[in-house]
Design a protein. Sequence first.
Length: 234
Amino acid sequence: MISFIIPAHNEEAWIARSVAAVHAAMASLGDDYELIVVDDACDDATAELAADHGAKVIRVNARHISAARNAGARAARGDFYIFVDADTLVSEAIVAAARDAMRQGAAGGGCVPRFDGRLPWWSHFIYPPFALAGRLLRLTGGACQFCRRDVFEAVGGFSESHFAAEDLVFARAIKRHGPYVVPRATVLTSGRNLRAHSPRALLPLLLRLVVRGPNAFLKREGLEIWYEPRREET
């Protein structure tokens, strides 16, 4: 069985589409699966919409994406885990690539994202090098990551000490247990943070990651773009 785990905090604008994308992919593939949405301190209609679209909903009050993903994994019954951000739409090609890689012995992997909608001009210069590095280094972000259940248990899940870049820590941990596969297909995710925030807000975070690595994000301070109420897109 494949377990899809979607952490969500106030994602009523996206959750129905995200859940529907999983169902559509699995209808084509025909594998046994379950879909778990983790309502992490939502105060909107996320949980209701997820349940209405056929997801199992569990609730936590962590306001922490690692903790939400780990809670979903604890409730999961599958042998393969696919973690999907609530603002991300998987495809049949992505799910098939992840499933086949794990069946063939890969420890796990992750997908390079592409962004929806119109993006600010500066993002076209900044993002491509990071996408290329993700493929070359086999280190991808958390929009869509996957791993075998036994590997997840061996690495202890996502680091709850990190408030950002936990996906990179997770990828590195997975790689110690076997191949980390990056599918050729990309996954569609929201470009809302690029539209809602200026380079002045985002570039210092990227610089911290490049210079200090994931351990630059062991505190919540300075990470308002993820932990404060979401800004309207510009």
